[in-house]
Structure formats: structure tokens, C-alpha cells
Design a protein around this ligand. Structure first.
Ligand SMILES: [Zn+2]
Length: 534
């Protein structure tokens, strides 16, 4: 009976852990690595076709995003998750497949220009549909015997609709051990969904540490702050543009706007329109509206019982087609535009920024974390101009941020949840946190008298003897690889500069040629410039 850590070790993405029980292999989460990769992960030490089943904590792509790849590589077993997680995955994995496909098309075009072979997508739509067909939806709180020696129970962890911590009872012969995977632990008092439910006993615990070394700012009153933002922007004739993650944050914003409208907290702009401009967000909103009442917090359940749709109000426009999207900016009537992506790195939000950033009466309102180097972070940091679709756009709009909107528990929240266990687990494994956060949280737990480990990818423990069986050190992505990459990049760039100089030299020999010829040459150069501008 063993546990081996594969992904999200000293990192926040790519969650994946391997369990071996009675000679059979199981995965908990199968996520995609996103953003900057710091440490190398060991490859899965088992062929996907030999994995019996996957247990999935929640639908976020950093936990679920490699399921289609697992399917493509031969996995055929069931994927156990809550019904809401299965429903959200059915739209998010398809969306992810589209992203993989368009990225490989883009890379293929580039490769072809360099005389290199086409680039295959990590997975395609068929793989995503294959993975979706393997889901076995489960309810919260019901222990389920899924195989010889394995019982699973999903408990609401209040991070995203359908999110769960996973309790597993593993039996080999006469011996049973319990292990709990926290998944991502939710923040207290989030709108729509429940607070994290506590678990009372376990032998082993795997806990996330995203905010293991930090405390959130005291949460503001989102409804009051948002109403004030809308009021002052509308009063000066502008619109409020909200870059928002399609699943979760967009629905929280709709929930807040419904309350603002119902209580009349914005004056003088009766019936102001609100556009949700993201196909994924529109689909996800549908799943939120159809979910089981047990997934909703008391306040939201109350609204549903009164016959009030918690995410619907007059003036809500769900825009889906690209044509609908273009129409939104046709007039300058004050409005709210919610669009993805949340960090402004891709998607339709970039069009809305292009149309509104230069208008000083408008506001760009950030409602989620902006990673370093993202366009969202540059705007928050006070960029004066940004480049969008090959144009320099002046930033005149007001840039604002709403506080208290994190979906993750902070250090106090994690400790509070951990203290729900009546007795300390034999070992607490800390994962899913950046290196600093993960180590700091492990140290804090050690000071508090826990036996805490922070394993790197590849480390394995025997759960019957509570001993480490394979030790791996951190493997930072090699500097040599990076510097080789840099040397190559420098050489290629030098070649590009040389080509530009050849072009200029050629232009200089053209003096005295016919006007017609030179005008044609100039126009060809300009179209080349246009083609390469991004
Ligand atoms: Zn998550």
C-alpha cells in the first residue's frame, strides 16, 4: 500500500498523486501544469492503461486537465467525482481541447515556415469526449465501495461548485488505512457555495498549501464595493469591464450584481445592461443554475426556495457568438462587461480592453489574482500603454481591484480546517503550494507538533509502515537547458537582424527605379510588417 507524489509538489499546478493498493494503481487528480514550470515532475511510473480508476477533487484544469491525455494514452477506467464536477468537466475539458488544438495549429504554422514537421496537439476534442464518457458521478457524503479494498467518500470543501476533499479507506488483507486528500480548501463565506466541511479522523492527510505562508486581507463587502465602482463609473458615462474566470468568479459577480439590482444600490441607471461575453462562462452559469441544492449555501438555497433565480436579473445579456460580442461595443451606454480570461492573457476580454482602455470614463475592475507578467498585472502595476492586436492602446480608464474574492483558504483557514481532525494524522503530506509556501506550511505544522512532510515529485511512502520508500530531491528545470535555449534564441535573433539589414541595403540600391516598382516594393514591405506585428 503506497503513495507516490507526481505533480503539484512544491508547485501550485499539475495535481497528480498515485496510490497503489493490493497491487492495483489509482490516481487522485490528473491536472495540467500551467504558467511557469519550476521543478521537473517524474513521468507516471505506470502505463495509463493499467490505472484502475481516477478520483477527482474538482474541475479546475490544474486538477483535471490531463484526463483527456490519460484517455488518449490508453486509460479506460472510471473517473469518480461529484456530479457537479463531472458536469463542469464536460464543458471545461472540451474548452481545454480547443485551446490545445489551436495552440498546435499555431505551432504547426510556425514549424512549417521553419521547414519542421507539424506539431500534434497534447489532445484533441475526441480525447476530451472520451475522458468525459468515463465519469461516474457521486453524491457528497456517501461512502462508495468502488473496488476490492477501496471505499471512497466525497466531502464538500467549498472551493468551487462540486469541489470535494476525498476520503479513501484502503484495505490490504486484514489491514486498513485511511487517507484524506484535501483538494483545494475553500475560503470561508464565499457566495453561492458552502463553507469547507470538516473531516474528523484519518491516518494520513495530503493537504494543499497555496496560501500556506500568507493571510488574506480582511475581506471587504463585495456587494458594497462593487456597487460603489458601478455608481462612480456610470455617473461619468463609462462602462465597467471585469476580466473574470469563466467558471466560479463570473457566477459570483452575477450573484453580487443581482443583489445590487434587487436592493437598488446603484442610483440613476435603472436597468443597466450586464453582458457575459464568454461561451464557457455562459455554459458554466447553466450548470450552476441546475445544480443540486445541497451544493448551495443557505442564503442561495433560500433564494431558490422563494422562486428567485440567484444568477438572473433584468438587463442580463448572455452573449455567445463573435457577432454578438462585437455588438457590445457599438454604443457607449454605461454597462458591465464580464469576459474571460481572468488575467487578460487571451480570449474576448482583449477586444473589450482595446475598445475601452483608452476611454477615461471607463473602469477595468480586477476581481481575481493576477499572476506576474500577465497583462492584468501590468495594468494593475500602472502601465501607461499596452499593445493589443498590433496597436498601442493608451491606458486612460480607471484601474481598480475588488478585495476579498479568493477561492482559497489562507494560512488560518487551512489550520482551522486541519484542526477539525480530532487526532493528529500519523503524517501530513504538504503539496500544492509554491516552494516557499509549501516549506513554510510544513515548518509551521512541525512547530505545532504534526509529523509533516513536503515531498518532491517521485517521492514514495509505504502507508502500512508509515515509512518513506523512495526519496527524490528537488529537480529544478535545468539552468543549462534554459541557457542553451537563450544562446539559440540570441543566434536566431542575430540572423533576423542581419536579414533586416540586407533588406535595407537592397532598398538603398533601388534609387532611380520606376515609381511603380518602388511603390510596389514599399507596399510589399508594409504588408510583411503587418503580417508579423502581434
Ligand atoms: Zn482549484
Amino acid at each position: 500500500m503506497k503513495i507516490q507524489f507526481i505533480g503539484a509538489t512544491h508547485e501550485v499546478t499539475g495535481s497528480c498523486t498515485l496510490l497503489e493498493v493490493g497491487g492495483r494503481q489509482y490516481l487522485v487528480d490528473c491536472g495540467m501544469e500551467q504558467g511557469v514550470d519550476v521543478f521537473e515532475n517524474v513521468p507516471l511510473p505506470v502505463a495509463p492503461g493499467n490505472i484502475e480508476a481516477v478520483f477527482l477533487t474538482h474541475a479546475h484544469i490544474d486538477h483535471s486537465g490531463m484526463l483527456p491525455k490519460l484517455y488518449k494514452d490508453g486509460f479506460q477506467g472510471p473517473i469518480y467525482a461529484t456530479l457537479e464536477t463531472a458536469n463542469l468537466c464536460s464543458i471545461m475539458l472540451k474548452d481545454s481541447a480547443h485551446i490545445q488544438m489551436s495552440e498546435s495549429e499555431w505551432r504547426t504554422r510556425k514549424a512549417e515556415r521553419a521547414g519542421e514537421p507539424a506539431v500534434e496537439p497534447v489532445y484533441d476534442l475526441e480525447d476530451a469526449l472520451g475522458a468525459i464518457s468515463l465519469f461516474r458521478p457521486c453524491g457528497y457524503g456517501e461512502p462508495l465501495r468502488v473496488a476490492e479494498g477501496i471505499v471512497v467518500r466525497f466531502t464538500d470543501i467549498g472551493h468551487l461548485l462540486g469541489s470535494a476533499c476525498i476520503e479513501l479507506w484502503l484495505t490490504e488483507g486484514e489491514q486498513t488505512r485511511k487517507i484524506v486528500f484535501s483538494g483545494d480548501v475553500g475560503n470561508l463565506n464565499q457566495p453561492i457555495i458552502n463553507d469547507p466541511q470538516k473531516v474528523e479522523e484519518t491516518d494520513y492527510l495530503v493537504i494543499e498549501s497555496t496560501y500556506g505562508n500568507r493571510l488574506h486581507e480582511a475581506p471587504g463587502d463585495v456587494v458594497t464595493e462593487l456597487a460603489a465602482c458601478l455608481q462612480r463609473t456610470f455617473d461619468r458615462g463609462g462602462s465597467v469591464i471585469i476580466p473574470s474566470f469563466a467558471v466560479g468568479r463570473t457566477q459570483e459577480m452575477l450573484y453580487a450584481i443581482r443583489e445590487i439590482k434587487q436592493k437598488g444600490l446603484v442610483h440613476g441607471h435603472q436597468g443597466f445592461p450586464v453582458y457575459v461575453d464568454s461561451p464557457l462562462a455562459v455554459e458554466a452559469t447553466g450548470i450552476f443554475l441546475q445544480c443540486d441544492l445541497s451544493c448551495l449555501d443557505q442564503q442561495t438555497t433560500e433564494l431558490v426556495r422563494l422562486g428567485i433565480n440567484p444568477l438572473w436579473f433584468d438587463g442580463l445579456c448572455l452573449s455567445v457568438t463573435p457577432e454578438d460580442s462585437k455588438l457590445i461595443n457599438e454604443n457607449h451606454r454605461p454597462k458591465v462587461i464580464l469576459s474571460a480570461s481572468g488575467m487578460c492573457e487571451a480570449g474576448r476580454i482583449r477586444h473589450h480592453l482595446k475598445h475601452n482602455l483608452w476611454r477615461q470614463e471607463c473602469m477595468i475592475l480586477f476581481v481575481g489574482y493576477q499572476a506576474e507578467n500577465s497583462l492584468g498585472r501590468r495594468l494593475q502595476d500602472g502601465a501607461k500603454t499596452v499593445r493589443l492586436f498590433g496597436e498601442d492602446i493608451a491606458v486612460h480608464a480607471e484601474i481598480a481591484s475588488l478585495h476579498g474574492t479568493s477561492g482559497h483558504a489562507d494560512q488560518d483557514g487551512l489550520i482551522g480546517w486541519l484542526q477539525g481532525f480530532k487526532e493528529k494524522p500519523k503524517t501530513v503530506y504538504v503539496n500544492h503550494g509554491d516552494d516557499d509556501a509549501c516549506k513554510a506550511f510544513q515548518q509551521l505544522l512541525t512547530q505545532m507538533g504534526y509529523h509533516a512532510e513536503a515531498p518532491y515529485s517521485g517521492t514514495e511512502y509505504d502507508l502500512l509502515t508509515d515509512r518513506m520508500t523512495v526519496y527524490t530531491e528537488s529537480k529544478p528545470i535545468s539552468r543549462e537547458q534554459i541557457s542553451q535555449g537563450t544562446a539559440r534564441a540570441r543566434a536566431v535573433y542575430a540572423d533576423l537582424l542581419a536579414a533586416a539589414e540586407e533588406l535595407l541595403a537592397l532598398v538603398k540600391t533601388r534609387k532611380g527605379r520606376t515609381n511603380k516598382e518602388n511603390a510596389k516594393f514599399a507596399s510589399q514591405i508594409r504588408s510583411l510588417i503587418e503580417k508579423w506585428r502581434d
